[in-house]
Design a protein around this ligand. Structure first.
Ligand SMILES: CC(C)(COP(=O)(O)OP(=O)(O)OC[C@H]1O[C@@H](n2cnc3c(N)ncnc32)[C@H](O)[C@@H]1OP(=O)(O)O)[C@@H](O)C(=O)NCCC(=O)NCCS
Length: 145
């Protein structure tokens, strides 16, 4: 599968608006994502196949010398094929190129798939945020760049 990566824009978001929660994830809705795309210190990327179908997207926010991963989502039918790793690798390279010092994120303690993805890339659990998600705590994870 040929994967094309580009900066995510509003056209990209609008093209998946109707299938955002059904085919991707219900964690973030359209309006929140739109705000993030318009935010100056946010950086969102999108991955497409050779037919320009959007297979996933991810984004981070830059806070001083730190990148905070906001979201990383792969289309349900395309999970477990390396696309999440491809997106994460790209966000890490982007942050290194900006000479940022650290990448952090928060993930539900129940999201074992995502935790395993982050650990593959050298993220370590720094602490727990109590009741960060409905009925569950969140791990704060980070990776030095
Ligand atoms: C988390 C997510 C982005 C991973 O994307 P993906 O494309 O499936 O990930 P990859 O194929 O690159 O797999 C990366 C690692 O995730 C883990 N993983 C992937 N699918 C898994 C599964 N079904 N069960 C357990 N671990 C799994 C493995 O550790 C895998 O590494 P490995 O192949 O070396 O074993 C995807 O599952 C997703 O979109 N989830 C919903 C949104 C979400 O929870 N995002 C994270 C918010 S913090």
């Amino acid at each position: 599968m040929n994967l094309l990566i580009s900066k995510m824009n509003l056209n990209d978001l609008n093209s998946i608006k109707e299938i955002l929660t059904s085919d991707f994830d219900d964690f973030w809705n359209y309006n929140i994502l739109k705000q993030e795309l318009e935010c100056n210190n946010s950086h969102f990327i999108v991955v497409k196949n050779e037919n320009f179908e959007i297979l996933g997207f991810a984004g981070l926010k830059i806070i001083i010398d730190e990148a905070d991963i906001m979201n990383i989502v792969v289309k349900k039918n395309f999970r477990n094929k390396g696309i999440g790793s491809f997106l994460l690798d790209n966000l890490i390279s982007f942050s290194k190129n900006l000479n940022l010092n650290v990448i952090t994120l928060e993930v539900s303690e129940k999201n074992l798939t995502a935790i395993s993805l982050y650990e593959n890339f050298g993220f370590e659990k720094l602490g727990i945020r109590k009741n960060y998600y409905d009925n569950s705590d969140g791990f704060i994870m980070s990776k030095k760049l």
